[in-house]
Design a protein around this ligand. Structure first.
Ligand SMILES: *[C@@H]1O[C@H](CO)[C@@H](O)[C@H](O)[C@H]1NC(C)=O
Length: 374
């Protein structure tokens, strides 16, 4: 494309995005501060509609999430962080008007504390040697909406706690689904086994390895699981959220095994086809909007594609949502690992169509071994 033309295109796109953002701002100004309403509603103290001070927001937050701080200094510091996060949530609300942003259980964490303790996707260097490329699937007969939760392939939402083990939860989620498809049984699998035992490194890059609460990669975890023979049940190897223990893997208690795993191309129809055919998919995403996400379909005008969080793609759907009313917009349904009190009962919706927040760029599918004694 002619350089001037493409510059023109970029600047008009930017202008459109800014116009939409300010339109959304006008809309929300009309019906009060969405953020404040949400905090007041959740506080349930009967003062709905009253303008609240940041102090009041903070006490509601502490009560709701059972926070107490060791010293006055710590308290004051956390209050400062909380206020900065309120401002951030308001900014996110303007950039992402079709979702609701506000106070979450992470509102007293700085963005870097949040990244360190609740994400955990390490940088990808090279794919493990056993990774395949997923074959291209037909896409013409895909259902309009699809959700593996309606088909019994998704376990209850789990919580990684203060540990950068997202990659382990994404891995178990995909294998739980694949195992369900292969055996007809839904078995919750052990993340702690991955945290304690999987130290798989990238080929030709020995410094870059899965390392418990300090991060890992789903494809390396599939490679580990393939080599180890499988994963134990959650109940036989329960989650502790720390990586100070030794590996307690017991080969005689394997509950699910990997047959093979494959990388899906950056193509939304292929992603949907692989999801429907093979079960929930392990995916990576940029989680910056997730720290303040409360509900709705997240569709930020601008979002980094730097991947820092591993999650599980379980379905897709479409809905008519603001700011462009009446227009159906497709979205992905994502299972997260921050407990049921985060987002929509532990789930996240993000719009489909333009690899938003990098959601389409690291997608893997796993197949489980079909056991004889199903
Ligand atoms: C992966 O394993 C499944 C189940 O055993 C099999 O149907 C499929 O062909 C395998 N895929 C690859 C790429 O080897």
């Amino acid at each position: 494309m002619d350089r001037r033309l493409s510059l023109l295109l970029v600047s008009s796109l930017l202008a459109a995005a800014l116009a939409a953002a300010s339109a959304a701002e006008d809309l929300s100004a009309g019906d009060g501060d969405a953020l404040i309403r949400q905090v007041v509603d959740d506080g349930g103290d009967g003062r709905e509609g009253a303008p609240l001070s940041d102090h009041h927001h903070f006490s509601l937050f502490k009560r709701r999430f059972g926070r107490s701080y060791g010293s006055q200094e710590e308290h004051d510091y956390r209050f400062g962080v909380f206020r900065a996060n309120l401002r951030r949530a308001r900014r996110h609300q303007k950039l992402d008007p079709s979702a609701a942003h506000g106070v979450t259980q992470f509102s007293d964490l700085t963005p870097s504390e949040f990244r360190r303790t609740h994400l955990g996707l390490r940088r990808k260097v090279k794919l493990p040697k056993d990774a395949n490329e997923a074959p291209i699937l037909p896409t013409q007969d895909l259902p309009k909406d699809f959700d593996w939760r309606d088909h019994g392939a998704v376990t209850a939402v789990k919580n990684q706690g203060s540990c950068g083990s997202c990659w382990g939860f994404s891995t178990t989620g995909a294998l739980e689904g694949a195992n369900y498809l292969a055996t007809g049984k839904l078995v919750s699998l052990s993340e702690q086994q991955l945290v304690d035992c999987d130290h798989e490194c990238d080929p030709e890059e020995p410094g870059s390895c899965d390392s418990g609460c300090n991060g890992g990669l789903m494809n390396s975890a599939f490679e580990y699981t393939l080599k180890a023979g499988g994963l134990m049940r959650e109940e036989d190897y329960p989650y502790t959220g720390t990586d100070r223990g030794s590996c307690k893997f017991d080969k005689s208690k394997i509950a699910a095994s990997v047959a093979n795993f494959s990388v899906v191309s950056l193509d939304e129809d292929q992603i949907a086809a692989n999801l429907v055919k093979n079960g929930p998919l392990a995916i990576a995403i940029n989680a910056v909007f997730m720290q303040t996400y409360v509900g709705g379909v997240s569709c930020p005008y601008i979002c980094s594609k730097r991947l820092d969080h591993g999650v599980l793609l379980v379905g897709y759907g479409s809905a008519a949502y603001a700011p462009i009313r009446m227009k159906e917009k497709p979205y992905w349904i994502i299972k997260n690992s921050w407990g049921e009190n985060w987002g929509e009962n532990g789930f996240y919706k993000i719009c489909r169509g333009r690899n938003i927040c990098g959601v389409d760029s690291m997608v893997s599918t796993v197949a489980a071994i079909h056991t004889a004694e199903q």
